[in-house]
Design a protein around this ligand. Structure first.
Ligand SMILES: [Zn+2]
Ligand SMILES: [Zn+2]
Length: 758
């Protein structure tokens, strides 16, 4: 009996065909397997029982990172010409759908090999195989073969060549395969570029520096990272000072799962993610009184924790034998350094010593960040391990090819092609020249990899985003139509697309700020979204934001603007007065009086800032979202009555809410009490707004939904009232999802009617 089996899912570039080969040999089947545009096809011939076992194994025994989502089979005529089972060359004809595999954490088999004394890869920091190792960060162009990667300068030794060519070996066609005889090696450099050590000596030198409290720049998988001893307050303080990063949490890498579990609570789902091929940073609940210094994540009940994901991290953490702060190698606001000369230049004042190697990194790929909340993951940063895997979007297979340029912060770009959404890795902030340059390079990469020629471009409504300017330039160069999409429309559409919702939905888009269609800064809206169009159902009553964007880092400005709008001019309330020195308050009041640089905003993020500043949690100097996080953490799990809202025609006035907050403050209530009531009020507001449309499906998007407490309270309230609530799972709720929403909206936009001069 002979079967033709069609397999779909993550089946290319992940060692799937060798697995098929092994499973076929195990059942003594003959036939062949090949890759093509839509996935993998297998022809297998043997006894019905053997074929049955083979099919079962395909469904169940495929090692990660491969994932079978669809498997169909039909009987075809038997063939007797060719014996054995063969892996055929990829079918180059027809509708090829290229796959660029993501970078994957060191697998258990490679880890064991590194730990085996006397073995050919004992303590070798570049060990990898078909199931693990660098991919996206080292691929120059497709097809994904060694000469097209950063490994092209390392000819295979006979031992590696044998493994590479043996279909029964786990390194069969592993493009980055290497060993000490033929592969890359370590070197230790001073900040002046002088070589201080090689190989094992370089590793030991790095360990000595870390133990002495110095800052180590490590050339990791997708870029340079800065590492210090996470148990040393002096070392952590030094890193904060040099990196100009005051309160923002650092991630901590632990030598192994056992040491991680000493510092953080880990449930089964979280453990699964920590040890997965994606190996993201996980935001875990911190245990009190552990060796990790408080300064790693000041005032934060959670800690970003992860495990060594490259052989080099594994070796280093194994020797240093303590948790290390492990953060991107950059100054605040700049992208991560990844090219050797550039890294040395940019990081020479930040790091004391560089642990480097001679395998080039071809593009920066940051660590992914994820949190597990009750019923599933929330991706906060989508990069290593995930990007640039395609995600199939329902109903868009026939749509035009769209290039979406995304937002300005937490930037990503996305390509929609034949119904597949391919999103870039997280690119960070585009404010710096380096950031804008990285955006342009990433666009060029995506188009080249996927052989895409966009039919249309899409960007944000905001004219000053670096992404908007690039979109305008590309649209002019290529003579393509460009659509400008309102920021929160894109947010809502992204979440709807992620869940395959094509029917109208209510979107609660609670965010920092994004330019609205009326020229004000939106961010606290309820939108009724119907594919490419939307209607503003509800929003916060706009209040002035003295200084505009500056207010993002100064929550006291939001408080000042909100007080002005709701209570008129006057002195700061007692709790807030301390946040203003000298003439600061009067200066803001006079800006407000003259309407000077005081854009109006309906931003929920700025309302969070205002309340946090009023209760004295966070008034000045911070990173975006810090005040909102402080409110979330202060609220804890207290359940208290909501403040009441006044609203008319969907416009919710924060004035009365503010008065109740001030009343609670005057009555001696704690910040924790007020924070809990504030969160409860937002759940009430959510319900009031979604009832305006009556649509059964509600999507939650925007930076505010990074707040686990808010998301949980809003979801529970809406579900309790019978609504179906959908939140981001695969893509981030923050601006990282904007390119997805833009792509979907542009795909259904009737361009022929409105494109000119758009
Ligand atoms: Zn491996
Ligand atoms: Zn070798």
């Amino acid at each position: 009996m002979r079967l033709r089996i069609e397999v779909r899912g993550v089946v290319q570039g992940v060692g799937f065909r060798p697995t098929v080969y092994r499973l076929a040999l195990a059942q003594r089947l003959t036939g062949c397997v090949w890759n093509h545009a839509r996935g993998v096809t297998i022809e297998a011939q043997g006894s019905p029982a053997a074929l049955d076992a083979f099919l079962r194994a395909l469904g169940e025994d495929v090692p990660r990172p491969a994932r079978v989502t669809h498997l169909t089979s039909c009987t075809i005529p038997e063939q007797f010409a060719a014996a054995g089972f063969q892996i055929l060359a990829s079918d180059a004809g027809g509708d090829i759908r290229p796959v660029v595999p993501p970078d994957l954490a060191v697998c258990p088999a490679c880890a064991e090999e590194m730990d085996t004394p006397g073995g050919p890869r004992y303590r070798y920091p570049f060990t990898n195989c078909t199931y693990c190792g660098p991919r996206y960060s080292i691929i120059a162009r497709l097809p994904y073969d060694r000469p097209h990667t950063a490994m092209q300068a390392f000819p295979l030794c006979p031992g590696c060549a044998r493994e590479y060519g043996d279909p029964l070996d786990r390194r069969f066609h592993a493009q980055p395969i290497a060993c000490p005889a033929c592969g890359p090696h370590l070197l230790l450099l001073g900040p002046d570029g002088a070589t201080l050590g090689l190989g094992e000596g370089a590793l030991q030198g790095a360990v000595t520096a870390l133990k002495a409290g110095q800052v180590l720049a490590l050339k990791g998988l997708g870029g340079y990272q800065l590492l210090v001893d996470a148990t040393s307050p002096g070392a952590v303080g030094l890193l904060r000072k040099r990196k100009q990063r005051e309160g923002k949490p650092f991630a901590v890498m632990f030598p192994d799962l056992a040491s991680l579990q000493v510092a953080c609570e880990v449930n089964e789902e979280e453990q699964g993610w920590l040890t997965s091929p994606e190996a993201p940073i996980l935001l875990l609940r911190r245990r009190p009184g552990t060796a990790v210094v408080e300064e790693a994540a000041p005032g934060n009940p959670r800690l970003g924790a992860f495990l060594p994901y490259t052989p080099l991290h594994r070796l280093l953490l194994g020797v240093v034998d303590r948790p290390l702060i492990c953060t991107s190698g950059n100054l605040s606001e700049e992208p991560m350094a990844f090219e050797d000369a550039e890294a040395l230049e940019r990081l020479k004042n930040l790091a004391d010593v560089f642990l480097s190697h001679n395998r080039p990194i071809l593009r920066p790929v940051d660590d992914s960040v994820l949190r597990v909340d009750g019923d599933g993951p929330t991706v906060l940063r989508r990069a290593r391990g995930f990007a640039p895997l395609a995600v199939a979007l329902a109903g868009l297979a026939e749509a035009p090819t769209v290039l979406a340029l995304g937002a300005h912060q937490k930037a990503t770009v996305a390509l929609l092609q034949r119904g597949d959404l391919i999103m870039s890795q997280h690119l960070g902030d585009l404010t710096s020249l380096e950031g804008a340059d990285l955006l342009a390079r990433t666009v060029a990469d995506l188009l080249a990899f996927f052989g895409a020629r966009p039919d249309r471009l899409v960007c944000d409504l905001h004219p000053d985003y670096a992404s908007t300017r690039l979109a305008e330039r590309l649209a002019a160069d290529w003579n393509l139509p460009l659509l400008r999409v309102q920021h929160h429309h894109a947010h809502g559409a992204a979440c709807a697309a992620e869940h395959g919702l094509s029917q109208p939905v209510t979107a609660l888009t609670w965010d920092g700020t994004g330019l609205g269609t009326d020229g004000t800064l939106w961010g606290g809206e309820a939108l009724a979204i119907d594919g490419g169009s939307f209607r503003r159902l509800g929003h916060l009553k706009p209040f002035p934001l003295p200084g505009g964007e500056v207010a993002v880092r100064e929550p006291r400005r939001s408080a000042c603007g909100l007080l002005w709008a709701t209570q008129g001019p006057g002195d700061p309330p007692p709790g807030l007065a301390a946040a203003f020195e000298g003439a600061d308050w009067n200066l803001l009041q006079s800006m407000l009086a003259k309407g000077l640089r005081c854009p109006l905003t309906s931003s929920m993020g700025r309302l969070f800032d205002a309340v946090a500043a009023l209760v004295g949690l966070q008034a000045r100097h911070g990173f975006e979202g810090q005040a909102a996080m402080a409110l979330e953490f202060a609220a804890g799990d207290r359940v208290l009555p909501a403040y009441t809202w006044e609203q008319k025609d969907g416009v919710a006035d924060p004035g009365p809410l503010l008065e109740q907050v001030l009343g609670d403050l005057a009555g001696g209530r704690t910040a924790a009490h007020i924070a809990a009531r504030f969160h409860a009020s937002l759940a009430e507001l959510a319900l009031a707004w979604v009832e305006l449309s009556g649509l059964p499906d509600v999507v939650l998007s925007g930076g505010c939904f990074q707040n686990a407490l808010l998301t949980e309270r809003v979801s529970a309230k809406l579900k309790g009232a019978g609504f179906r609530v959908h939140r981001h799972r695969t893509f981030p709720p923050n601006d990282g999802c904007i390119s997805l929403g833009q792509a979907v909206i542009a795909a259904v936009h009737p361009f022929h009617r409105s494109m000119t001069g758009d």
